[in-house]
Design a protein around this ligand. Structure first.
Ligand code: OGA
Ligand code: NI
Length: 340
């Protein structure tokens, strides 16, 4: 196993060559923080009028940006902060303790790795570590999770339950807005739920390195807590815009499957992550994923003579295969599933 970057980066003062990206794939000049990020106040959705207005805002943001941030979402701020603290503690643990996380889980359901799962074959590495494990149903997953720090299972368990409820609530609003039957996403389309934590340590040269390459999330939807440090950028109208770090917000990123189901009424956001030289950045992603056997297609309610289906039905595991083959080529992946 390659050493986690969080285990050695504190001792290096220049960027190792294997982390230097070719010029056309680097972050480029610093991008000013965009102030036009779509922000949705979920408190407003409590009465009927507010609810339909909120739904319209979500659909507009999903169509134009492929992402939005939610505030006043009901998840306790204390719990969000605690989750962040525990995860920072996790990545600050000595290398030997972190490495035990691999050894206990030979089935690799709980994965801790650096850069990408293709570390041994990739030409350049990303300046990030990742910890991913399943979360749903919680009682079946808990024993796979790291045992250290000692609060890990308790805090992240509570966090996963809250975030899962929140994301399903947001999917309900999307359902209502698109005119899909109630609970459209509740079953097979959200059967797999993963917590995916990214650690981007302080980087000696952010202008040459990348935290994550440009990509779309292949799943239904991702809800990300990015904390108060920026680094996430979305490709919008031909340029990269920064996603403003709002400490109490979650970023909701539309994935490829939601784009297919909505028949392009919602677009998945192409995004990437840049590093910084000041502080370590930790982000907590929560992925809503279809079962691997599930066939995903444009929702029947959205199809009529004037609105023919844009995509064919495809099994999620097959889609993932194409996604892995054409990593970073969002248009090319979606093209494979277009009709005609
Ligand atoms: C991801 C992702 C963004 C971030 O995990 O797919 O895009 O800021 N993360 O960590
Ligand atoms: Ni992503």
């Amino acid at each position: 196993m390659a050493m986690l970057v969080s285990s050695w980066s504190k001792d290096v003062y220049s960027l190792p060559e294997t982390y230097v990206f070719p010029p056309d794939q680097r972050a480029g000049d610093l991008i000013p923080l965009a102030c036009n990020n779509p922000i949705i106040d979920l408190n407003k959705a409590v009465d009927n009028h507010g609810r339909s207005e909120t739904i319209q805002q979500i659909l507009k943001a999903g169509r134009e940006f492929g992402f939005f941030q939610v505030i006043n979402h009901g998840t306790s701020q204390t719990l969000m902060n605690e989750a962040m603290e525990v995860l920072k503690e996790f990545f600050d643990m000595p290398a030997e303790v972190k490495e035990r996380v691999f050894k206990v889980d030979s089935s690799k359901k709980c994965r801790l790795y650096t850069s990408t799962l293709n570390y041994d074959t990739e030409e350049v590495h990303f300046w990030r570590d990742n910890l991913t494990h399943p979360c749903h149903p919680l009682e079946d997953c808990l024993q796979l999770w790291p045992e250290n720090p000692p609060r890990y299972r308790e805090v992240l368990g509570k966090y996963s339950v809250e975030v899962s409820k929140l994301v399903l609530r947001i999917l309900d609003l999307i359902c209502e807005g698109l005119g899909l039957e109630n609970g459209y996403f509740a079953d097979e389309l959200s059967q797999v739920q993963l917590l995916s934590v990214n650690q981007y340590p302080r980087c000696p040269d952010p202008s040459l390195a990348m935290g994550m390459h440009r990509h779309c999330d292949p799943n239904v939807v991702t809800i990300l807590k990015q904390g108060d440090i920026d680094g996430l950028q979305v490709f919008k109208d031909g340029q990269w815009i920064s996603v403003e770090p709002l400490p109490n917000a979650f970023v909701v990123i539309i994935g490829c499957q939601l784009q297919i189901i909505s028949n392009d009424k919602l677009k998945s956001a192409e995004h990437r992550v840049v590093t910084n030289s000041e502080v370590d950045r930790t982000t907590i992603g929560y992925f809503i994923i279809p079962s691997y056997e599930c066939f995903v297609e444009p929702a029947k309610n959205l199809i009529d003579d004037c609105n023919p289906p844009i995509y064919k039905a495809s099994q999620y595991k097959e889609f993932l295969g194409t996604y892995a083959e054409k990593i970073g080529e969002y248009e090319a992946v979606m093209e494979c599933y277009k009709l005609q």
